[in-house]
Design a protein around this ligand. Structure first.
Ligand SMILES: N[C@@H](CCC(=O)N[C@@H](CS)C(=O)NCC(=O)O)C(=O)O
Length: 158
């Protein structure tokens, strides 16, 4: 694993990823960027550890939550930290977290078993403090977050 200083990006990063962003996965000749696509690549490469539902409709559900995380929750989080109106972005973020809390009522994971849908939210959970939103009243989100972050494979990365 190579860590890069994002304030002083090495030329190599731009060669690998024209967006100049991390993460980038280099696997032999394959160069993959965009975390959702890296996750799909790894899931498809290691077929012995399936992390997507088998059922076609459930696969779409998982992708809907992956999209929700990336284009809504994470986007609002990024606006809180970097955007021009953090208070408004925080309100939006709270709405998204409420949606998730309702969805997680009576569920262990978002779509059946632990899947890429849950995994996509883990970076948000790990960094939630930086967004200044409280999860105290969101019992379903909190227990789901603990269930995900207590998994041995996740804990080993924290
Ligand atoms: N959609 C991208 C977002 C990646 C991203 O924004 N990475 C941040 C670090 S977490 C970055 O490289 N920022 C440096 C920059 O934008 O110049 C993904 O999911 O991989």
């Amino acid at each position: 694993m190579i860590e890069v200083d994002l304030k002083n990006k090495p030329a190599e990063l731009l060669k690998l990823n024209p967006y100049g962003k991390v993460p980038v996965l280099v696997d032999g000749d394959a160069v993959i960027y965009e975390s959702a696509i890296i996750n799909e690549y790894l899931e498809e490469k290691f077929l012995q550890n399936p992390l997507m539902p088998k059922d076609l409709a459930l696969r779409s559900r998982a992708r809907i939550w992956i999209d929700f995380c990336n284009t809504r929750l994470q986007a609002a989080g990024s606006e809180v930290v970097h955007g021009p109106d953090p208070a408004k972005a925080r309100e939006q973020l709270e709405k998204y977290l409420n949606v998730l809390d309702r969805e997680m009522a009576g569920r262990d994971y978002l779509v059946g078993d632990y899947s890429l849908a849950d995994i996509t939210f883990i970076p948000f959970f790990v960094r939630q403090q930086r967004y200044g939103v409280s999860l105290n009243h969101l019992a379903n989100v909190r227990s789901w977050m603990e269930r995900c972050t207590n998994r041995p494979a996740v804990r080993s990365t924290l």
